[in-house]
Design a protein around this ligand. Structure first.
Ligand SMILES: Cc1cc2nc3c(=O)[nH]c(=O)nc-3n(C[C@H](O)[C@H](O)[C@H](O)COP(=O)(O)OP(=O)(O)OC[C@H]3O[C@@H](n4cnc5c(N)ncnc54)[C@H](O)[C@@H]3O)c2cc1C
Length: 290
């Protein structure tokens, strides 16, 4: 199928983007890497009157450490994150997750913020943003507001963004000494969306876990943290009994929905296996140095 007819704008200034968004609201769509939007247009799942192309805005390509956060501009691609020494050093979870996203050609064009905005529940970045306690920086003609990752997703492909707002950047707190990270996912083929995935982090000192973060993808209508399981692991040393107890807590709290190929019970089982692997990996890998 071909995309429906639409008008096209390629602004040179952010103010112009915001003004167009404000004027056209739900009738407009931002075009970032186009790796999701163009497919939905071609399938006529989306029929906007206006596409606002962000490619002309060099300022949105910045990926930099700013104070105590890593700031990822709206046009930073998956590949740029994968290759960045700053990401490897300050947000290693992102470096671990990036190779799981689609294939090289898609990673070269698709953007981190586009993935956050789209909010596919099986996508890697939304779960990473949750696990890292990240922040979405949204802007409109009325100014800027910051939305914590835990408040950003409100349902299936639904976010807290208003129709006249765009994401200008996402911010990730810099990894602290003794923090360790694991990213794991099961997909039918490498590069496919996850059947189930886990973005995990913790401070590990003398084998004791603190500030455990467990964010799941592919399990429900949006990415989710398993807060009770995180709490059950706080201050614990990982052994078989602790793993079994954490798995039981996870079974009770994780909201799991089936998809076209996997039943909820299968996904629930896979999540338990992934939790066990992640806890072992977190306690066995070397920590980031102070
Ligand atoms: C074959 C294939 C396989 C894929 N596999 C995976 C995968 O395994 N994992 C994965 O995570 N993704 C996968 N993707 C999707 C890919 O990662 C996309 O790049 C990403 O989801 C969207 O980023 P984009 O820059 O291409 O956004 P676009 O397609 O340009 O936009 C997507 C949506 O987000 C909105 N948007 C974009 N930028 C902003 C912004 N700054 N502010 C507000 N709204 C914005 C757009 O208006 C649109 O509604 C796959 C894509 C393809 C084609």
């Amino acid at each position: 199928m071909k995309a429906p007819a639409f008008s096209y704008a390629r602004p040179r200034q952010l103010a112009e983007v915001l003004s167009l968004l404000d004027r056209h609201r739900d009738e407009a769509r931002l075009l970032a890497g186009g790796q999701t939007l163009l497919a939905t247009l071609n399938m006529r799942l989306s029929e906007p009157a206006l596409l606002i192309d962000l490619q002309g805005l060099a300022e949105l390509r910045a990926l930099q450490v700013s104070g105590n956060v890593l700031r990822i501009g709206a046009m930073v691609t998956h590949s740029a994150i994968e290759a960045s020494p700053d990401v490897a050093r300050h947000a290693p979870l992102l470096a671990l997750a990036a190779p799981h996203i689609a294939h090289r050609a898609i990673r070269n064009l698709g953007t981190f913020c586009g993935s956050i905005a789209y909010g596919d529940p099986a996508a890697e970045w939304p779960a990473c943003l949750l696990a890292l306690d990240g922040t979405v920086v949204a802007r409109s003609v009325n100014g800027e507001r910051r939305i914590a990752a835990r408040d950003f997703y409100t349902g299936l492909y639904t976010t807290a963004l208003q129709p006249n707002e765009m994401i200008v950047a996402c911010e990730i707190p810099l990894a602290a000494p003794h923090q360790r990270f694991v990213f794991d996912e099961l997909s039918r083929r490498h590069g496919d969306y996850a059947v189930v995935g886990l973005a995990a982090g913790a401070q590990v000192q003398d084998g004791v876990l603190r500030q455990v973060r467990l964010a799941w993808l592919g399990t429900g209508s949006m990415p989710q943290r398993s807060l009770a399981t995180e709490q059950a692991l706080e201050g614990r040393t990982v052994d078989e009994a602790v793993i079994a107890q954490a798995q039981q807590t996870l079974r009770q709290e994780l909201q799991v929905e089936g998809d076209l190929t996997h039943a909820p019970a299968t996904k629930q089982h896979l999540a338990g296996v992934m939790l066990k692997r992640a806890l072992r990996a977190l306690t066995q890998q070397p920590a980031l140095q102070a």
